[in-house]
Design a protein around this ligand. Structure first.
Ligand code: SAM
Length: 292
């Protein structure tokens, strides 16, 4: 069916993501070992790093030859995210003290890539480079850099703090559930979902109250909220755990209020009735007050 075909940018992003992910075959090509230790030995080895750098350069060169202009910009981002996911996988399966950082790399790169791919599926008209949400905001970038710095510093100063496997496992479960909830919300809302909060109602915009929207009014924000906190639990980063919890909570409280003003404007009584029955899903956030 032509209408259900994935747009060109979506297809290019899949090919490019998989090309970047192909980095996982490099250590496998070098040696089919029986024990996984050799993968990390290989990566820390100078030749391993050179081989990975050469792989990334060659793949990028090929993408540059095939795709031009805006399509190349999609390809290079998807390829980089696939590459980060591949490096995360290699670290995750290696016998190293960086395993949890490998989980984190997979979580972060998958989240950003899947935001783009799911947008390409549900709402191709709104698809742009911003759909990767990589440059979401300066605050978001600073938060990510802070968590890498905290992880590295604490790993050097208090290495045992980074080996609390069960805490990292709780973080991984939160990340997986948060990611699943967010993507379920996007797929349920379909073309009504937009990364940019809409202030003017499109003709096709309908109120969604089914699926995960029957449990929470803001399921994609609930998913993202727990995903972001989960990443810091996964990294056993106590400072960023507190900072992420406070910053995300404040961000979503403001976002929900701003969004609900528009939704009441769009759907009137229907939204007010929906609001009475279904909670936001975010802790201690009830949304915009309505005088009835
Ligand atoms: C980034 S999406 C977030 C949707 C929702 N807040 C959530 O967390 O799943 C923002 C867009 O979704 C639209 N939206 C939010 N809730 C909606 C609903 N229940 N039905 C239809 N559109 C909705 C808003 O108008 C806005 O343009």
């Amino acid at each position: 069916m032509a209408g259900s075909k994935l747009v060109l940018e979506g297809r290019i992003s899949i090919i490019s993501f998989l090309s970047g992910l192909g980095v996982i075959i490099i250590p496998l090509l070098v040696k089919f070992g029986s024990h996984i230790d050799w993968i990390f030995d290989y990566l820390t080895d100078v030749n391993g790093k050179i081989a990975i750098a050469v792989y990334l350069t060659v793949i990028n060169g090929i993408l540059l030859l095939i795709y031009k202009g805006p399509l190349y910009r999609v390809a290079v981002r998807a390829c980089f995210l696939g590459f980060a996911f591949g490096c995360g996988l290699i670290l995750s399966f290696a016998d190293t003290t960086w395993t949890h950082f490998g989980w984190y790399m997979c979580s972060l790169s998958f989240f950003h890539y899947s935001e783009y791919l799911v947008t390409a599926i549900i709402n191709p008209h709104s698809l742009s480079l911003d759909s990767f949400l990589i440059n979401h905001s300066i605050e978001y970038t600073l938060a990510a850099i802070s968590s890498w710095m905290e992880f590295t510093l604490e790993k050097l100063l208090i290495p045992e703090l980074k080996q609390l496997n069960w805490i990292s496992f709780v973080g991984l479960v939160m990340v997986l559930c948060g990611e699943g909830l967010r993507k379920s919300a996007m797929l349920t809302a379909g073309s009504n979902f937009n990364h940019i909060v809409q202030n003017e109602k499109a003709h096709s915009h309908v109120l969604v109250t089914s699926g995960v929207y029957s449990f929470f009014r803001h399921p994609s924000y609930v998913g993202w909220f727990y995903w972001s906190i989960g990443t810091q639990i996964m990294l056993c980063n106590p400072l960023c755990f507190v900072a992420y919890t406070m910053a995300s909570w404040r961000f979503f409280r403001e976002r929900v209020e701003e969004e609900e003003i528009s939704l009441i404007h769009f759907f009137g009584e229907d939204y007010i009735e929906y609001k009475k029955k279904v909670p936001t899903g975010l802790p201690f956030i009830s949304g915009i007050r309505v005088n009835s």
